[in-house]
Design a protein around this ligand. Structure first.
Ligand code: EPZ
Length: 420
């Protein structure tokens, strides 16, 4: 296993390349199952989640060619409709092959994803939607065994779910008839998937509204697509700038996708300047201000930015309140931040009260999930002394070459071997 060894106290300055969004690359790679023609994706970063999904899709017969930061995916010879537990348990978005397999081939056998550190992560919304569309669903031995054919339906999501929205849209685009989806997720990554599907010939209207109407077509064709920039990676580096009073140009980032994160940082006198190919974040005169945040669906404050912001607010004078409304257990990083000297009280499973401290001190800390892990790296960048952040395989899932990018900006961070 590996860990990051970090010496805190260095100001970050320079330019960082914001890669294609992990949470857009994954559903869009799966959308390649919907056509026998090549789907060419650029602005790809080889995150471990991307590699895991590639392995799953190849196990089904998909051809995947990678060159520099592009992928060409061709599903002209899908040999099986089985998504094995070994893949889905490692990367739950693999579950999203269910919709496309059902729509194009009429059958699928997909492992249930199971829970993860941040919550139980049920899939009831996915399965109810497919049943509305006529799927015959059996759940046995930990697998969802589904049979078509599917038909158009009127779907209502009682709760917003990014994954259930992806899965249902990808099922509907190749399903005869009209499917209406009420209360879909509006995350930029969902918009990016819809953008690709339309390029592939899908007929989708109401895009960007809370009612999507999809006219099924017989076939979809190949397309080329540049994946949208990762707003959470951009937010992470913006927090790094704020914590080190630095100045970072986020190349490729789009501020209109991260307004909910920019607002609290502006409160702390971090200046954002939109340029044609990115955002300049100037935190040289930052003075951290406490605030309260509640995570919610897009365009609200993103749950994936909650842990990074909790690291920042640990150093903001006064009291800050963070409420986590999306997942039931997304505060595993809090006890680790407290080991670094943060003063945080967990009010109940979904809220924490942070009393700002003057500074944090370096410590050995453990990542339990992707965003919690990166919040520990952020805290270590500003902590006094040396920190060791362990189990960084969590972080590698969603941040490509994080230590290289931070080193280029002036951080003192190294990837080292670790026993646990
Ligand atoms: C996606 O997860 C993202 N993952 C998550 O990012 C992100 O935090 C989440 O959306 C919310 O924005 C990817 O895109 C790969 P949901 P997803 O379905 O689709 C409940 C990261 O760090 N729910 O929108 O799994 C669910 O338990 C990851 O990059 C049901 O109850 O999230 C949760 O409480 C973490 N039944 C809420 O809805 C269902 O059938 C939102 O989950 C489905 C979901």
């Amino acid at each position: 296993m590996y860990a990051f060894k970090i010496q805190g106290g260095y100001q970050l300055k320079g330019e960082v390349e914001i890669n294609g969004a992990k949470n857009a690359i994954l559903p869009i790679m799966i959308a390649a199952l919907l056509t026998k023609e090549p789907l060419e994706l650029s602005n790809i970063s080889y995150l471990s989640d991307v590699n895991t999904l590639s392995d799953l899709l190849k196990s089904m017969g998909m051809k995947i060619k990678s060159k520099k930061n592009s992928l060409i995916l061709t599903a002209d010879k899908i040999t099986n409709f089985h998504a094995d537990y070994n893949f889905v348990s490692k990367m739950r978005a693999s579950f999203w092959v269910l919709g496309p397999l059902l729509a194009r081939f009429g059958e699928a056998e997909v492992s249930l994803p199971g829970g993860c550190a941040i919550g139980t992560r049920p899939v009831d919304l996915y399965l109810n939607a497919l049943k509305e569309m006529g799927a015959e669903i059996k759940v046995e031995n930990g697998y969802v065994c589904a049979k078509g054919p599917l038909h158009g339906a009127d779907i209502f999501f009682p709760k917003v779910s990014v994954g259930a929205t992806h899965n249902t849209i990808m099922a509907a685009v190749l399903t005869k008839g009209t499917t209406t989806i009420h209360n879909p997720a509006l995350e930029p990554e969902v918009m990016d998937l819809i953008d690709v599907l339309v390029k592939m010939g899908a007929k989708i209207s109401g895009i960007g509204t809370k009612v999507l109407t999809i006219e099924g077509v017989d076939e979809l064709h190949g397309a080329k697509h540049n994946v949208v920039a990762d707003r959470i990676e951009a937010a992470t580096f913006a927090v790094a700038a704020a914590l080190t009073k630095g100045k970072i140009f986020l190349k490729g980032a789009k501020s209109n996708l991260m307004t909910a994160v920019i607002e609290p940082l502006k409160l702390s006198n971090v200046v954002f300047k939109e340029e044609k190919d990115g955002i300049l974040v100037d935190a040289t005169k930052a003075s951290l201000k406490s605030t309260s945040l509640t995570t919610s669906e897009y365009p609200g404050f993103p749950t994936d930015a909650q842990a990074p912001l909790s690291a920042l607010l640990s150093l903001a004078p006064g009291m800050s309140l963070i409420e986590e409304r999306i997942f039931e257990n997304r505060f595993m990083h809090i006890p680790e931040l407290k080991r670094m000297g943060a003063n945080i009280t967990v009010l109940n499973n979904n809220a924490v009260l942070i009393t700002g401290v003057k500074n944090l001190s370096g410590a050995q800390v453990m990542s339990s999930d992707l965003r919690g892990g990166v919040s520990l790296v952020l805290a270590a960048l500003t902590a006094k002394g040396e920190s060791i952040v362990k189990r960084i395989y969590h972080i590698d899932r969603g941040y490509y070459q994080l230590e290289k990018k931070l080193t280029k900006l002036g951080a003192k961070i190294k990837r080292i071997k670790s026993k646990n």
